[in-house]
Design a protein around this ligand. Sequence first.
Ligand code: COI
Length: 355
Amino acid sequence: GTPSCLQQASSPCVYSNEDEYADLDWDKLGFGSIPTDYMYITKSAKDGNFEQGHVSRYGSVELNPAAGVLNYGQGIYEGTKAYRKENGHLVLFRPDQNAIRMKMGADRMCMACPSVEQFVEAVKETALANRRWVPPPGKGTLYIRPLLIGSGPILGLSPAPEFTFLVYSSPVGNYFKEGIAPLNLYVEEEFHRASPGGTGGVKSITNYAPVLKALANAKSRGFSDVLYLDSVNKKYLEEVSSCNVFLVKGNLISTPVARGTILAGVTRRSIIEIAQDQGYQVDERTIAVEELFDADEVFCTGTAVGVAPVGSITYQNRRAEYRTKSQSVSEELYVILEGIRRGLIEDKKGWTIEI
Ligand code: COI
């Protein structure tokens, strides 16, 4: 049902408890954009603080043609998810981590940013207002996309005079068309995703359009995604267009160290902790591309991607193949992560927020 606050602007927000589902074929979810009922929106005031936001009907936003985001790419985004537990309750996973990362990104991109509290509240309100779009347990999740843009007009190159923070959502299933089947990655040598001193370590919108070319080339050759190398030595692993990467060799799990050119993913960090708890040695380090040919297993992590096994990686006409069976390390770690999110494993780390 529609929360009463949305019918009457002045009344307090009371969400209905009825567990009504949107009319959707939950077995056919991919990672497309499915419009939901509401989005959260607020703008920065002159002092850089953000006004109290509210959820309103999902729809198009109007932008001045001179908006900073349209002309100079001043924008950052986040990705987080709402999960439905077996008992029907909704859970958010570490949204404070996304809020903190957005603050760091806003600082790098010279943008005003909502507080951590306001960010988390906005994510919560968006999830609750769209609760009928949160898929049944095991069928998918509600992907929540917080977006911060320079919405004010600016012609000369400088920060926009006004920023808009909005949060929208879409029910999603698997990110890749492969579903849960292992990914086949391609090591990109012509294009780079980031460079030292650039914005690769923050979730700037400007990190994403430039990789589309490499992604399109790889997809046309049947690969799932692209694995980038560092732009200085063209020798060390960085990340995949849409996710972080991990290598497993015996009891050692390695992932490229995040030093400004790699996005420090929330799923990456969570998997590192879970792996350490499980007794693995985890090294965040510089990983040479040649190590791909020596690994037992490779997997990817990300909010959208989840924890995805990699079946093969192609580098300079050589193809490395990996273990992907059910005894894999990635499966072991993923089951724990999902268990915490779904309320099947006790959340001793305080990662989940029931809403
Ligand atoms: C996410 O994992 O949430 C992302 O933002 C990656 C994006 C390419 C879908």
